[in-house]
Write a protein that binds this ligand. Structure first.
Ligand SMILES: Nc1ncnc2c1ncn2[C@@H]1O[C@H](COP(=O)(O)OP(=O)(O)O)[C@@H](O)[C@H]1O
Ligand SMILES: N[C@@H](CCC(=O)OP(=O)(O)O)C(=O)O
Length: 374
């Protein structure tokens, strides 16, 4: 399969759109352009793609609504602009998707949310639930509560973290340039487009200018960092011009548009390597023979019913070891329940979790995506 053909096969994609593009260089939200992207996104959804949109533009749209010509320096002013602009942003996305009878959902995240395991898992469950019911989540940074990120941060990194979070096949970053050039095309008219590289390629950094346009924050440096982050979970990244006609549809067809940045290793290998790097385990689950053989067959989650014994004081999201009755280690994984709750539901069917705990966060004790078989 050619590398570009991966785009046609992708089942879950994150599309990130930057401020400059969304607000037509600060002239307020470009509703017509947004409508065109939505039409293409809907085509993807109709082909069975689960789609998450990471949309910048709240500060730029807020500035435009408040009649501010210059991006403020004060954090509280930036936050005020973001709060005003976010209203316009989600209203517009909602209205555009509604034309096609598709619901959207507003999801505001901070980087802290994604570095705390418990909040990470909760965010992931919510996004999964939205995708399961065919809703398109519209994600932005929660600018009201972040501190420095709004000033220095960028949504490229957020896009990559979301791609990791939902285990997307790919991250598509739409921007105001045709892709990554071998030097900044705003300053070098002779710059040429890079079509395909490995995300970890060291030469790329020298090509990318750090500074962004007047509205965006990241420039190409943060887009490359995002590609490296996305590659960690085996996802590819495309950086492409949002104004290229039919850009998303053309990418889907495998056309050579924009810059494709490939992960060095596939999704499963990347995920397993990441899990395997968690050497420290916080607890131990002893499994019955049935659960051991199901896990060894591969591709299955561990349900509470197969757990005989729970040892340790772990919290939801921490790494635990799974052992057979003879003590041999079978698997490791990120557990979905705190130790006390895990003990309470061990050996019980998933249908009784709600009755026992008064809530249910997951049917599995450990989801197969979060587990490595030893
Ligand atoms: N090598 C490069 N190739 C393409 N663009 C570059 C490069 N180096 C720097 N840039 C700059 O990055 C800008 C895009 O980043 P940014 O303004 O943050 O966009 P966005 O709002 O889409 O995130 C371009 O307009 C361009 O000036
Ligand atoms: N979250 C803020 C800032 C994000 C931002 O500037 O990102 P980007 O334009 O993608 O570099 C916003 O929506 O305006």
């Amino acid at each position: 399969m050619s590398e570009r053909a991966q785009l046609g096969q992708a089942r879950r994609l994150v599309v990130k759109i930057g401020s400059a593009l969304l607000t037509n260089d600060g002239r307020g939200l470009d509703v017509a352009a947004l409508g065109v992207w939505v039409d293409q996104m809907v085509e993807l959804v109709q082909q069975g793609v689960e789609l998450v949109v990471v949309s910048s533009g709240s500060v730029a749209e807020g500035m435009s609504r408040l009649g501010w010509a210059r991006r403020p320096d004060q954090l509280h002013e930036l936050q005020a602009a973001a709060a005003v602009g976010q209203m316009g942003l989600v209203q517009t996305w909602e209205a555009q998707f509604k034309r096609h009878g598709i619901h959207t959902a507003q999801v505001l995240l901070t980087h802290d949310d994604l570095s705390d395991r418990k909040r990470y898992l909760n965010g992931r469950s919510t996004l999964r639930a939205l995708l399961d019911v065919g809703v398109v989540p519209i994600v932005n940074e929660n600018d009201t509560v972040v501190t420095d990120e709004i000033r220095f941060g960028d949504n490229d990194t957020l896009g990559a973290l979301v791609a990791n979070l939902v285990e997307a096949d790919g991250l598509i970053i739409l921007t105001d340039q045709l892709g990554l050039f071998d030097k900044d095309p705003r300053k070098n008219p002779d710059a040429s487009l890079v079509t395909e590289r490995y995300a970890g390629d060291r030469d790329l950094n020298a090509m990318a200018g750090g500074s962004a346009g007047a509205l965006g924050r990241g420039g190409m440096q943060t887009k490359l960092r995002a590609a490296r982050l996305a590659a960690r979970s085996g996802a590819f990244t495309v950086i492409a011009g949002g104004r290229i006609e039919g850009v998303l549809s053309r990418l889907r067809q495998g056309d050579v548009v924009g810059t494709l940045l490939l992960p060095e290793q596939g999704r499963t290998a990347a995920r397993k390597q990441w899990l395997a790097s968690h050497l420290q385990t916080r607890g131990k689950l002893t499994l019955d023979d049935g659960a051991v053989s199901v896990l060894r067959q591969g591709g299955r989650s561990l349900l509470p019913v197969g757990v005989r014994d729970v040892v340790g004081q772990f919290r939801r999201g921490e790494m635990v070891s799974c052992v057979a009755l003879d003590g041999a280690e079978v698997a490791r994984g990120l557990v979905n329940y705190d130790a006390v709750d895990a003990r309470a539901i061990a050996g019980r069917p998933s249908s009784s979790i709600n009755e026992i705990l008064g809530y249910i966060s997951d049917e599995e004790m450990i989801h197969r995506d979060n587990m490595v078989i030893i």
